[in-house]
Design a protein around this ligand. Structure first.
Ligand SMILES: *[C@@H]1O[C@H](CO)[C@@H](O)[C@H](O)[C@H]1NC(C)=O
Length: 215
């Protein structure tokens, strides 16, 4: 009896590990019907008979993004919303452009690991491990170099080269999600109470209010 309980615990544990990412597909494809009123985990499938090559196709990843903003970067994220053929397949792609000294601010993807390849320029890339170590792992990436950001970990990039830089990333979810740390903490709607953030960041509440005003 005890052995059977242990076995079932082990099985349920291994299943919860195996299904940490997007669920596995149960058919060749399930092109998202983005107009369906039915809500489910992902999107319902278009009738396979009316599926076209265009459902699996997107162009424009050769185009430079507009980096004229306070970060000096732009991310073109191609998720299931832009590319319905990604539905149920557990992958997506993104292009990031960086002006000189531009950054992609610290953020994480709640549902995906990421592998980023630099196609032009030089980036400093890094991620931070979870508590209690919070170890920062960084690498300078040149053209042709790739770097992995494990799912759910806070990560960032900075263009440290003299010129412009860009990268292409593969992500292990049709809808990785993005949580930008500064926006989530200081720009939530409504605000997280200044008392809470002052204690969390161990600084004066006036400083918290100043930061909140920027978001
Ligand atoms: C880039 O974005 C800035 C700021 O939003 C805007 O003023 C500018 O016109 C844009 N440039 C192009 C080429 O779209």
């Amino acid at each position: 009896m005890a052995a059977r309980i242990l076995l079932s615990l082990l099985i349920s544990f291994s299943f919860s590990v195996a299904f940490g990412g997007d669920p596995s597909p149960l058919q060749d494809f399930c092109v998202a019907d983005l107009d369906s009123p039915v809500l489910e985990n992902g999107f319902v499938c278009k009738d396979p008979k009316v599926v076209k090559a265009e459902d699996f196709y997107i162009s424009g990843l050769n185009l430079r993004g507009n980096t004229s903003n306070s970060f000096g970067s732009y991310a073109n994220r191609i998720t299931v919303e832009q590319l319905p053929g990604l539905n149920t397949l557990g992958i997506s792609v993104a292009r990031a452009d960086f002006a000189p000294l531009g950054i992609n601010p610290p953020h994480y993807h709640p549902r995906a690991s990421e592998i980023l390849t630099v196609l032009e320029g030089t980036l400093l890339a890094g991620f931070v491990t979870s508590n209690p170590e919070n170890r920062l792992i960084t690498k300078v990436l040149n053209k042709g170099d790739a770097f992995v950001f494990p799912a759910g970990l806070v990560h960032f990039q900075k263009n440290i080269g003299p010129g412009y830089a860009y990268s292409i990333s593969g992500l292990s979810s049709q809808n990785p999600g993005v949580v930008t740390i500064a926006n989530a903490v200081f720009g939530s709607n409504p605000d997280i109470s200044g008392h809470i953030l002052a204690k969390a960041f161990q600084i004066d509440q006036k400083v918290i209010n100043q930061i909140q005003e920027k978001f």
